[in-house]
Design a protein around this ligand. Structure first.
Ligand code: ADP
Ligand code: NI
Length: 216
């Protein structure tokens, strides 16, 4: 029964944001589900059904519908239509709004499922995929790739460029993770991001090919 409900939820989510181009496409959702399951299996107290359902639904409320309240009502109606029991339903609906980075839910109010999904969602903003998503987001919202200031030594956060977003948020994400397995993956994924910025900085300034002091 639960396997069937997870399958039905995948279809519902695909219909909701199958065509998103801001980094919240369906594959983001599938990666978050898989990562959450990987971490969740390490915690015997974690309810893997609730975990997967929230992982699948976590961005529907945030990005696709007019407002969170309307979105949660739609999710509730959907959960009723596939006969998810009412106690599971209320748990799913109470965790969904807690997941997003901006929700800032106090730590002691987060269930183990919420913590794991937050970790999985944040891990998907790191690594090679995290780099791709930052520039995809920038393209979709008409934001610049970078500005000269992004590559200054003090790395002043620029806010309005994709490279600025690395300093504003992405490089800080590993410290916000809850589980040790997510931290381990983040430490691996963050390396390529630092390396990427280091190389982009060199290419931006031309120092990858200009000899020192060689002025064109
Ligand atoms: P969530 O999946 O938690 O809702 P966001 O909506 O904040 O996360 O971000 C979704 C993706 O878009 C992430 O990969 C994030 O790095 C990227 N993103 C969000 N804001 C910006 C920005 N201002 N510049 C570049 N990328 C961004
Ligand atoms: Ni997400």
């Amino acid at each position: 029964m639960q396997d069937k409900q997870i399958k039905q939820t995948k279809q519902f989510v695909f219909d909701e944001h199958g065509h998103d181009t801001t980094g919240h496409d369906f594959n983001h959702i599938l990666r978050v589900q898989r990562m959450a399951l990987y971490i969740g299996k390490q915690f015997p107290s974690c309810n893997l059904f609730i975990l997967q359902m929230v992982a699948l639904l976590h961005d529907v409320a945030d990005h696709k519908l007019a407002d969170t309240h309307t979105a949660l009502k739609k999710i509730q109606a959907f959960l009723e239509s596939i006969e998810v029991p009412s106690n599971d339903r209320s748990e799913i609906l109470s965790i969904i709004p807690q997941i997003s980075y901006s929700a800032q839910t106090p730590l002691d109010q987060l269930s183990i499922e919420a913590k794991i999904i937050q970790d999985a969602d944040r891990l998907d903003a790191l690594g090679a995929i995290g780099i791709a998503r930052a520039f995809a987001y920038g393209g979709a919202t008409g934001q610049k790739m970078a500005s000269d200031e992004d590559f200054e030594l003090d790395h002043v956060a620029q806010n309005e460029t994709s490279v600025g977003h690395f300093y504003d948020k992405l490089f800080k994400l590993p410290d916000t993770l809850h589980t040790s397995s997510a931290k381990k993956i983040a430490n691996q994924r963050i390396k390529i991001m630092y390396k990427f910025i280091e190389i982009m900085d060199k290419e931006w300034k031309g120092v990858d090919y200009l000899e020192k002091g060689n002025i064109l």
